[in-house]
Design a protein around this ligand. Structure first.
Ligand code: GLU
Length: 309
């Protein structure tokens, strides 16, 4: 990887860092509460394989909800969009990521989209394999291929911490099981899902994965088509419409790029046909997005005209 620290990016990171004090590190998954709130790092990975970074980009964090884009890509590749969208919808919700309410009021049992927990749990239940270990290994290998980094691993402590506390996620699985939308074994899927969310990497790897989506599924380092173009397109569209929780509309107006965030404070973004962005800033705003990460993207978008709209 041809990576170097970049002064301009460092300046924007320093600017954005000023807002970390106004955010709060997630604590509902106990192990996440240990992150240090004033961290902020960012990397930009270009289609030609060069990359720029600022901040402590070696710091490793768990993907949390960012993993939803990756499991979706894999499941769409294996089952095809028609089958997947029988069980999960394509519409934004306007509700928090773990909200259960629309499962009852809107098309009972069918989650509105794969970026909310209910939809992601259905997607995870469709990962191929003969055992839960097999399925998570399959997903992990796909993520390793996307990052072209075999060392990517799962943070056991974070996955166990979430597994013990995931009662709302379990509730949603049982609710959807009643409607035969969710067809897996609840404990097995919660096991895979919590491990999927605990896949850990640094912002350089995350930026590189973002660049695969930016290049319509083609890997900038290996030149291989990892994800078919039409599936990369579907994933990017979900990132635009539902990627930033119930702040996706505001994000689209203010920043205007496909992006997906997670409660660990990670954000994977991209500029189509140009580069991927990986950010880690664990202090979150009230909607659950990295507060300094959003500020940084606002600065980058305004300065480099990144909005796709
Ligand atoms: N593992 C987290 C959960 O299901 C992911 C949430 C997120 O990052 O939005 O609660």
């Amino acid at each position: 990887m041809n990576c170097r620290c970049n002064e301009e990016l460092e300046y924007f990171v320093k600017e954005a860092k000023k807002v970390t004090k106004k955010g709060k590190v997630a604590s509902y998954i106990p192990a996440l509460a240990e992150a240090s709130g004033d961290d902020l790092s960012a990397a930009v990975y270009y289609g030609d394989g060069t990359c720029l970074y600022a901040g402590d980009v070696k710091k490793v964090f768990t993907l949390q909800s960012i993993s939803k884009v990756l499991s979706l890509a894999l499941v769409l590749m294996d089952h095809g969009p028609n089958k997947v969208f029988q069980y999960v919808g394509k519409e934004p919700t306007g509700d928090p990521f773990n909200s259960i309410i629309k499962l009852e009021t809107d098309n009972p049992g069918k989650p509105l989209n794969p970026m909310i927990n209910a939809g992601a749990l259905v997607v995870t239940s469709m990962i191929k394999g003969t055992s839960s270990a097999d399925k998570i290994e399959y997903l992990l290998n796909f993520v390793r291929t996307l990052a072209n980094d075999q060392s990517i691993s799962i943070c056991q402590r974070v996955s166990e911490s979430e597994f013990e506390t995931s009662m709302i996620n379990r509730s949603m699985c049982y609710y959807m099981k009643e409607y035969e939308i969710f067809r897996g074994e609840v404990e097995e899927v919660i096991d895979i899902y919590t491990k999927q969310c605990a896949i850990q990497m640094n912002s350089l790897d995350l930026a590189k994965i973002g660049s695969v989506f930016a290049l319509n599924g083609k890997h900038p380092e290996t030149g291989k088509q990892i994800i078919p173009t039409d599936i990369a397109r579907i994933c990017k569209t979900f990132m635009v419409t539902c990627g930033m929780y119930n702040a996706s509309g505001e994000f689209a107006i203010k920043i205007g790029i496909p992006a997906k965030s997670g409660v660990s404070g990670g954000i994977m973004g991209l500029s189509p046909n140009q580069f991927g962005i990986g950010i880690f800033g664990p202090a979150l705003n009230e909607k659950g997005n990295s507060i300094a990460g959003i500020r940084l993207l606002e600065l980058l978008s305004a300065n480099y005209n990144l909005s796709i709209f």
